[in-house]
Ligand binder design. Structure first.
Ligand SMILES: Cc1cc2nc3c(=O)[nH]c(=O)nc-3n(C[C@H](O)[C@H](O)[C@H](O)COP(=O)(O)OP(=O)(O)OC[C@H]3O[C@@H](n4cnc5c(N)ncnc54)[C@H](O)[C@@H]3O)c2cc1C
Length: 296
């Protein structure tokens, strides 16, 4: 019988976490520079690492996350949603759901928190260059993809057709609507859909999978970056397969309860993987069979 995987044998042979210092546990003070209300219960925080030397060394790739730490309260994994070309200001878009995120919601511009990171595997933008990119986002999932969108917009000539398909429960739940015009001007198509309409909404009503079903696409040169609830990501992947894309051309970003973020505690174990080290971005064919399995 095979021994059950434990944190120690799971980490053997894996790359270590990508961190800004040699000590992956080290936290750094960061000042809140700006706070923006995005949608009801969701705010973006622009953070600047206080120590200038650490700030200068810090870099991240789209899709990676930081652990945000409030002393006496706890830590939470939050995607970095700003432009990787400007890492001196780190945006985190946060839904206030529990201890850390609600306490963060009580802080003001000028106050300090702590962060460590960046962690995790990023979106595979290098593999997708020259090809068509379809970003599929459900609700707050777009926060983990915004850095990739800003990166693509800045290097737009390196990609083929780029489309964002964003779905939310209601029109007021669509994330970053004030940025869609700039993304369109950069040559990125943005299509939105909602589950339930509100007064004044003239756009699509339905699921993002419906948008994907009718999107003109070339299966031979397209890649999909998907983030949202697990059933939505499974639906997008299946819809993509129906359109002729292979499972190796779809990437999903998984959200799991996480504690250490450095492959030691095992809380985010997902089958043979640790989401903190092997993810959060996974190629769909690697995790297809695990996606429907209930987690902690
Ligand atoms: C890679 C990654 C990226 C993320 N990016 C973002 C982001 O950009 N924005 C964002 O808002 N969120 C993001 N999250 C989610 C965020 O980390 C969680 O919502 C986190 O739990 C919030 O911390 P909290 O202390 O505020 O809430 P918690 O107090 O942890 O509670 C959050 C909810 O999860 C439940 N819960 C927490 N831990 C457990 C557990 N062990 N067992 C059962 N239920 C549990 C709680 O009951 C509660 O309903 C990300 C998560 C991951 C893994």
């Amino acid at each position: 019988m095979n021994p059950s995987p434990s944190p120690s044998n799971l980490t053997v042979g894996r790359p270590g976490p990508t961190t800004l210092t040699s000590d992956p546990w080290q936290t750094h003070a960061a000042e809140i520079i700006d706070i923006r209300e995005e949608t009801p219960g969701v705010r973006s925080y622009d953070l600047r690492i206080v120590d200038a030397a650490v700030r200068t060394r810090y870099g991240f790739a789209p899709g990676q996350f930081n652990m945000l730490y409030l002393p006496g309260i706890g830590e939470a994994a939050i995607s970095i949603s700003s432009d990787p070309a400007s890492p001196e200001l780190l945006t985190h878009t946060v839904r206030a759901v529990g201890n850390v995120t609600q306490a963060l919601g009580r802080l003001l511009v000028g106050e300090q928190i702590f962060l460590r990171g960046p962690y995790g595997q990023p979106w595979p933008l290098g593999e997708l260059s020259d090809g068509d990119v379809i970003v599929v986002a459900g609700g707050l999932g777009l926060a983990s993809q915004r850095a990739a969108i800003l990166d693509i917009a800045r290097r737009r000539d390196r990609f083929g057709r780029v489309t964002i398909l964003h779905g939310a429960k209601t029109p007021s739940g669509l994330l970053y609507p004030s940025e869609y015009d700039a993304w369109r001007q950069a040559g990125i198509d943005v299509e939105c859909t909602v589950d339930a309409t509100e007064e004044g909404w003239t756009g699509s009503v339905g699921l993002v999978t419906d948008l994907l079903a009718t999107l003109p696409l070339d299966p031979g040169k397209s890649g999909i970056l998907c983030c949202g609830p697990d059933p939505m990501m499974a639906g997008v992947a299946k819809g993509a397969m129906k359109r002729g894309l292979g499972p190796e051309t779809v990437w999903v970003s998984l959200e799991r309860n996480m504690s250490c973020a450095v492959g030691q505690c095992g809380l985010c174990q997902f089958g043979p993987f640790f989401v903190c080290l092997d993810g959060p971005v996974f190629r769909y064919d690697r995790i297809e069979k695990l996606l429907g399995v209930r987690c902690l």
